[in-house]
Write a protein of this length. Structure first.
Length: 333
């Protein structure tokens, strides 16, 4: 059975990107990376890094130095009980300073060479695999290898899309949200498979013949050969058209669950000053409306109260427009 894998870009996806990393001391893991890798491994994915390293072609670091950098990355992950299955890198560049690295190579993203090589060496089903990165080249390489893709957006302007095949399948603000996207996709895929399974009556196995010898199951050679447990398929029942309509309590419960799901999704949005300002201004709007109600309910209403009502409504409208403006600026930012 073929394996499935998650392919990661290296810089600004797993580790911080200060520019060209030329020293192992510059390697710093991004927040949540070890925990995310552990979770993906428990889901049965192999974890592979595919990275363009033109710093080698530019003479800024040697391949030996790059190996030390990657050893430092492995060491930092191992301290958190997280591990990578393989690291692939492309040192070539068409404008390299060092002559032996000056060429266009099919491993260099957006070409899918590194992903195809990993699939051949590690027996990976690319159709069940994912490419996660923060550059348009990462997305195109994943698409050309027939992988699903996640663009890590970090709330910065996206790279230009000129010459790229198409948009990514999903976007995430960090690797934590990327893991949740993959989990949700796998869960929905399993549910859709369960729905299309026909209902089959259980058949009793035929009685063993006396002349037959029992078949002994071969033991797996290694832990990697142990097949993953298969969850029992849920039986598909026919719809009951006579079922009673949901009660008010059930409807309220469903609404509460939907609000919880929306809250979980909003947890991954990064802090924004526009969002903060919108929230502050939005709080002021109800106060203006309360003042308006107070003027309307005054037992000794005078002409000045009408002016107060108009002023309160005017301020409420202005602050509401300001809040909407801040929300729009936050989404575009």
């Amino acid at each position: 059975m073929a394996n499935k894998a998650i392919f990661f870009d290296r810089d600004d996806t797993l580790i911080e990107d200060p520019g060209y990393i030329t020293n192992p001391d510059q390697v710093k893991l991004l927040d949540g990376v070890p925990e995310s890798l552990i979770e993906l491994r428990t889901m049965g994915y192999k974890l592979i890094v595919v990275t363009n390293q033109s710093a080698v072609a530019r003479g800024m670091v040697t391949e030996e130095g790059l190996e030390e950098i990657h050893n430092r990355l492995k060491h930092l992950l191992a301290e958190k009980n997280a591990y990578l299955d393989r690291i692939y890198y492309c040192p070539y560049h068409p404008e390299a300073v060092i002559p032996k690295y000056r060429k266009e190579w099919y491993w260099r993203k957006p070409n899918p060479g590194m992903l195809l090589a990993a699939a051949d060496e590690l027996d990976i089903d690319l159709g069940q695999s994912w490419m996660v990165g923060n550059q348009a080249d990462d997305i195109e390489a994943g698409q050309r290898a027939n992988c699903k893709t996640i663009f890590i957006n970090h709330s910065r302007p996206k790279p230009p899309e000129q010459g790229k095949q198409s948009k990514p399948d999903y976007e995430a603000v960090n690797i934590k949200e990327a893991v949740n996207i993959i989990k949700k996709h796998v869960r929905s895929f399993k549910q859709s498979d369960d729905k299309v399974q026909p209902i089959q009556k259980p058949q009793s196995p035929p009685p063993p013949q006396p002349s037959e010898k029992p078949v002994q199951q071969e033991q797996p050679d290694s832990q990697s050969d142990i097949p993953e447990p298969v969850e029992p398929e849920a039986a598909v029942s026919e719809p009951n058209y006579n079922a009673p309509a949901p009660t008010t309590e059930q409807l309220l419960y469903n609404i509460l669950e939907e609000l919880k799901n929306m809250q979980r999704q909003s947890m991954f949005r990064e802090f924004s000053i526009f969002r903060l300002m919108a929230g502050i201004v939005q709080i002021i709007v109800p106060f203006c409306l309360l003042i308006c109600v107070w003027f309307l309910m005054s037992p000794t209403r005078q002409d000045s109260d009408k002016i107060g009502v108009l002023i309160s409504l005017g301020f409420a409208a202005v602050f509401q427009l300001m809040a909407l403006t801040f929300y729009i600026m936050q989404d575009r930012g």
